[in-house]
Design a protein around this ligand. Structure first.
Ligand code: NI
Ligand code: MN
Length: 233
């Protein structure tokens, strides 16, 4: 499939780097130091313009602060999580909420529903940081991408298809905390993407779903890509 110059790099778990043809670099759910599947020799681009966080769990935000500090990135998250990150020392944050769209240079980032929980745990205890979400990224002169975050399947994924028509769906498939392959196959039927990039599997022993299991359950016309961490489409 032609991504019109955009590049999507899987960095293990739910961590994804999106680079547009115009040069905007977006890192979603940075989980680096503690991520056993992160490609350790991978070098991030010189500038990460935006960090998008789907929810507050540590396997999605644990490296947001160091990356934002190094790259002077703007962290985009649901209002309460953005406020938490600002409190922790992130200089530039954008708080938004489900249903809204923020124009991030050549990328329109729409926050969409996810069925999951969200909280941050730190030395002070457990904090409410809003609800879990996903993102649809509509790239000017480029493809439409959907990163589902951590979620169960839900029938309003049909609404995401109807409103935004994502060509690439990045879906959790590991099970236990999110959809497994059976549920993700239903999500694919609702979303009708051309390409599926499986996320959130194999990182830890309970996340047993595999891309092969998903591929066996979806129409032959849908491409389930199997990237090694650090590889791109
Ligand atoms: Ni989670
Ligand atoms: Mn997770």
């Amino acid at each position: 499939m032609n991504l019109q110059g955009a590049r999507i790099t899987w960095l293990g778990h739910a961590t994804v780097l999106v680079q547009t043809a115009k040069g905007t670099n977006i890192l979603i759910d940075p989980f680096i130091a503690g991520n056993p599947k992160y490609p350790k020799d991978f070098v991030l681009p010189a500038k990460i313009h935006y960090i998008l966080l789907t929810h507050g769990h540590s396997d999605h935000i644990s490296d947001a602060l160091p990356v934002a500090a190094k790259h002077n990135s703007t962290v985009v998250a649901i209002y309460e999580l953005a406020a938490y990150m600002a409190e922790k020392g992130v200089a530039h944050t954008i708080g938004m909420a489900v249903g809204g769209t923020m124009q991030l240079d050549d990328v329109a980032a729409t926050m969409v529903e996810a069925i999951h929980s969200s909280s941050v745990q730190d030395e002070q205890g457990t904090h409410y940081v809003g609800i879990a979400a996903g993102f649809v990224l509509t790239i000017t002169d480029g493809p439409v991408l959907y990163h589902a975050g951590d979620t169960a399947v839900f029938s309003d994924m049909k609404l995401i298809r109807e409103l935004y028509r994502p060509e690439v769906a990045m879906l959790p498939i590991g099970g236990h905390f999110t959809m497994g392959p059976v549920e993700a196959a239903m999500a694919v039927r609702f979303l009708e993407p051309k390409i599926v990039l499986p996320l959130h599997f194999g990182t830890f022993p309970p996340l047993t779903g595999t891309p092969d299991q998903l591929a066996a359950l979806v129409d032959a016309g849908v491409q389930v890509v199997r990237l090694a961490p650090g590889e791109s489409i």
